[in-house]
Structure formats: C-alpha cells, structure tokens
Design a protein around this ligand. Sequence first.
Ligand code: PSU
Ligand code: MN
Length: 305
Amino acid sequence: MSNKLKVKLSDEVKQALHAGRPVVALESTIISHGLPYPENIETAKSLEHIIRQKGATPATIAVIDGIPKAGLTEEELLHLGNSQNTITKLSRRDLPLALSQGLDGSTTVAATMIIAAAAGIQVFATGGIGGVHHGADKNFDVSADLPELGKTDVAVICAGPKAILDIPATMEYLETLGVPVIGYQCDTMPAFWSRTSGVALECRLDTAAEIANLCKHKWQTGLTGGVLIGNPVPEKEEIPPAQITAAIHQALKDAETQKISGKQLTPFLLDSIRHITDGISLKTNKSLIENNAALAADIAIALSA
Ligand code: PSU
Ligand code: MN
C-alpha cells in the first residue's frame, strides 16, 4: 500500500507542474471561514486572476468528497464560499476523518501545505498564518500551522501572524522549529492589518529572486521544512496598530465571555473585528491577501527559472 497522499490536480495545474511552470497554492479556509460571503468568492477569484496575470498558475486547495484537490472548478469555489460554517475547517489532524468519510472541507495553512507539498507545489500564498494565541501558557492554543512550517517544504507568503495572536511568542516558536522568517522589503515582522508588529527580523530580502535562492539552498541541502515570508500590507490599506488594537481587545474579551475556543476561535475573532471596525478590517484583509498572491507568483517564477 502506498503511503503517499494522492492529490487530484485540475488539468491546468497538472499541465503547469508537468512542464515545470510556476504554480502558486492558495488555501480555502479563508474562503469558508476567514471572509464573509460574497467578498470571499470575489477574493478567491481575484487571487487566481492576479497569479495568472503574473504568468503563474493558481492552485486553490481543498478537500471535496474526501479527495484532496489542487485547482478547483468555479462550482467548487462557490460551494466552499456559499456554505459558510457548514464546511469543515480542516487542519492536519482533521484530514484523516475527511478522507475516510468522503467529506468536503476547506484547508488551513497547515493542511494546504501538506497537500501542496504532496502535489509538488513549493509556493503558497495566504493572508495571515495561525500562531500562538494569547494565554497559550495556560490554554495551549498554538496553531497547527507552526509545527507544519517546521517540517513541510513549502514557502508561505503571509502578511504576518494575525494580530489577534501573541506575535512575539509566535516568533519564538518559529525560531525553535528552525523556520527561516524573511521580511520582504521590511525589517520587522508585519502584523496582518498593520505593517509592523515591532518584532525585529534578522533576515530582510528585497527581491523575489533572493527569496527563491534562499529556498533552493534550504531544500537542496536537506534542511527540510517551510520558509515564512512576511509581506507588509500595502500602505494605503494599512490599519495602524493604534486603530486596530482596541478592536482586537474587544474581540478577545467577547471570545472569553462567550467561551469560544479551539478551531472556532480564529474565525470568531476575525468576524468580531470586522463588525467592530465597520468592515474596514475586511477591506484590509482582502488587500493583503492579494498583495501576497502577487509576491508568491514572483517567487514561484523565480524558483522555476
Ligand atoms: N488568514 C486569513 N484568514 C483566515 C486564515 C488565515 O486572512 O481565516 C485561516 C488560515 O487557514 C489559518 C487558520 O491556517 O486561519 C488558523 O486557524 P487556527 O488558529 O485555528 O489554527
Ligand atoms: Mn487553535
């Protein structure tokens, strides 16, 4: 029995991979749980468009009828985006249940990395990765995204850990796991809606070519595991820390009062912040993901050159 995860590729993705052309993986939890309808569908389509315009091939990843897929049809995208909350959010631990029961599910950063790597896709764009939650010293809430970055060979382009997280603790955790964290044209880790978290980075690279070169050196020398690229949200869409901090605190307090925990916590916080900021956070969220998709395409192109 083969112990490899089998991924069903769309024709477009299959042809691109076969020809050694650049491919960028996209996750689907953003579609099902991270953004509201219909902005989620609009964003999913716009990401694919941005990547194609750059000359790379997008591969949105999800599990449909228990089958891991890279490259979704329009119908599948709509299905993930229209069924808010009825679609299961799948991280590493949830994949066996979904595969064995033939379920539909959207994939988190961790699960998307697993499926991308199995398909032979090296570059993946998301919004913000999961990380160490506030209070993790007591509640142990650390996203499965972090250990995945420690072991799976995929470059992940993000706008930082989501600012609802304990970013300094997340950075410590990444250091322990041996994950290179690159600031793209920046010297501090971005903080999702804001351009900086204040946490200094030791690795700043200013071009996609240098980032691709670092990845090649890592993977060609047996230094397995992910590479994390922090790409700050464009200046004109940024919400400065002073403006978003109050909303984050309010959302964290509401989560505590309502006893929200586990995999529900991140979607709850994102949704609360969207309401508190009157939708401004949504506009920023959309912009930062698009910005990440564009950089991911550049890196994939540099890697395939
Ligand atoms: N980035 C966003 N919105 C999201 C997520 C990331 O802009 O909804 C998702 C990703 O799929 C990430 C997940 O892997 O949130 C983290 O969830 P948790 O904290 O439960 O591990
Ligand atoms: Mn968690």
